[in-house]
Design a protein around this ligand. Structure first.
Ligand code: NAP
Length: 316
């Protein structure tokens, strides 16, 4: 792979970066200030044949247009919402992602966020650390997670893994997808509003597309209601964030556990003081084990591309 010019768009994983710099001719996009990037891409356009992006910076139309020799986009993520897939299709550029290897971690986090939100784990932790237990006595009562109805938007790899975990907590499962899945008797709803109205915990686990942008809007939030909890481990733009903030501030929604946000790393500061909200910085797949497996998939796909072998995880 020594002759393969690879554009790494963002400092996503040190092992991946080290391996790419050993095996290929590596270009680190973030080392060039934004206003000089067009010039940087033009200067290296003949050499860059691969882009490795992630959920922060992928391969948009402008980047693809600036790289006439581009042959493959290998994403360090399963979601491809930061890759201009139409443009890749048009140019015959191959696209790979990192499915399956991250499923367990993201599903674990979804359940963790639901429990942390309902049992107020972080507020209770602050109660101990701040000395309030000694000063004020026992912490207040919270909501039970086991046995509550869990509604899942998107019964894909991660959605299924969440459902299996929630079942172990005795939770009835319902879901919304574009079509009913014949292989399960989980309850299917053909509208997100109906799903939200009939569950206690609503978990977003679908892909981000034009259709699923703001799939959780005011109507869905109101259907979930003041006792309902929203968990988002999909993508920030799945949720109409200003509507979510209003609903939480006004007590129209019971709580939220959020891994992803509309304008990362900016998070609405109105949420910081709410103890029924748990906020984590897009860490769904961020474990040593999973990031190593994701990096190996990216490297394996690039290796397969240059040696004319079948791609490990083609996405187009
Ligand atoms: P997947 O197996 O491809 O599942 C995607 C699901 O999205 C499918 O079940 C699909 O259901 C559903 N979907 C697509 N369009 C839809 C629509 N218009 N309405 C309703 N559902 C729709 O992908 P996955 O591996 O489970 O990953 C799912 C998503 O999780 C990724 O795309 C990514 O955004 C997110 N993710 C987040 C993190 C994190 O760190 N927080 C990490 C990894 C992934 P149907 O085809 O049945 O409609």
């Amino acid at each position: 792979m020594e002759s393969l010019g690879v554009l790494l768009t963002y400092p996503m994983d040190s092992y991946l970066e080290e391996e790419l710099s050993k095996r290929c001719k590596l270009f680190r996009l973030w080392e060039t200030p934004p206003e000089k990037r067009r010039e940087f891409l033009r200067a290296n356009a003949a050499t860059i044949r691969a882009v490795v992006g992630n959920t922060a910076v992928g391969a948009d139309a402008e980047t693809i247009d600036a790289l006439p020799a581009l042959e493959i986009v290998a994403s360090f993520s399963v979601g491809l919402d930061k890759v201009d897939l139409a443009k890749c299709r048009e140019r015959g550029i191959r696209v790979t992602n990192t499915p399956d290897v991250l499923t367990d971690d993201v599903a674990d986090l979804a359940i963790g966020l639901a429990i942390a939100t309902m049992r107020r784990l972080f507020a209770a932790d602050r109660y101990v650390r701040g000395g309030a237990w000694k000063a004020k006595g026992d912490y207040k009562l919270t909501s039970k997670f086991s046995g509550k109805t869990v509604g899942i938007i998107g019964l894909g790899r991660i959605g299924w893994a969440i459902a299996e975990r929630a079942e172990a907590f005795g939770c009835p499962i319902s879901y919304y997808s574009r079509s009913e899945k014949p292989q399960t008797d989980y309850k299917y709803y053909s509208s997100v509003v109906a799903l939200a109205a009939n569950c206690n915990v609503l978990i977003v686990a679908c892909a981000l597309t034009e259709e699923t942008h703001h799939i959780v809007n005011r109507e869905v939030i109101d259907a979930l209601g003041p006792k309902g909890v929203l968990v988002n481990i999909g993508r920030g733009p799945h949720v109409d964030e200003p509507e979510l903030v209003f609903a939480l501030l006004e007590g129209r929604l019971g709580g939220a556990g959020l891994d992803v946000f509309e304008d990362e790393p900016d998070v609405p500061e109105q949420l910081f003081g709410l103890e029924n909200v748990v906020l984590v910085p897009h860490v769904g797949s961020s474990t040593w084990e999973t990031c190593k497996a994701m990096a190996d998939l990216v490297l394996g796909n690039l290796e397969a591309h240059v040696t004319n072998k079948p791609l490990l995880t083609p996405a187009l």
